[in-house]
Design a protein. Structure first.
Length: 183
């Protein structure tokens, strides 16, 4: 499984994302204005590696089995660890974290099951929109500081609630796709 072709740029970016997660968490735990800024920068870089690795892999056709496995795992670790630490710091409610993580586990399980039956459920627009709102929300909740008199934490909370609505909607959409393909 580990060969030279697995050490391509997209997989290296995915591995960088995994390495950035503990750095992000350390900055976030200090919970000071400067460390919140640093945590936001690290989170933003980690989030951008997700976009860039997928873009590069598709554009240059360097998709590997390792990348197919590692990329979604890195994403889930980034999102889950972010949400859990933000919950510990009182920036997001536990119920929100439970809903968002449960949705990701349920959709992931459905996609894995569907793939085991030879059917692929592609990510829909609502799932991509959910991810965008969720990443923005985590970034704003991480930053927490006021910026030019704007309550960034409040914006983060609004975005996280919107991501919950989109999460539920996209989960229903995935399950409907699955059951319509099963008929």
């Amino acid at each position: 499984m580990l060969n030279k072709s697995n050490f391509n740029l997209p997989n290296q970016l995915t591995m960088l994302r995994v390495i950035l997660i503990p750095i992000y968490i350390i900055f976030l735990y200090f919970d000071r204005p400067f460390t919140n800024i640093m945590a936001t920068i690290v989170f933003t870089v980690a989030s951008l590696t997700d976009f860039i690795d997928g873009y590069v892999a598709r554009k240059y056709n360097i998709v590997t089995d390792l990348g197919k496995i590692l990329d979604p795992v890195a994403d889930k670790i980034l999102v889950a660890s972010s949400l859990i630490v933000l919950m510990e710091l009182g920036r997001v409610e536990g119920l929100i974290v439970i809903i968002l993580l449960s949705r990701d586990f349920a959709v992931g399980a459905l996609r894995d099951f569907s793939a085991s039956k030879g059917k692929i459920i592609a990510a829909g627009f609502s799932g991509k929109l959910k991810t965008t709102f969720q990443m923005l929300a985590v970034g704003f909740l991480t930053y927490k500081n006021s910026l030019f008199g704007i309550d960034i934490l409040l914006i983060g909370k609004i975005l996280i609630y919107l991501s919950v609505v989109l999460s539920i909607y996209s989960a229903v959409e995935y399950y409907l796709k699955f059951f319509s393909q099963s008929k």
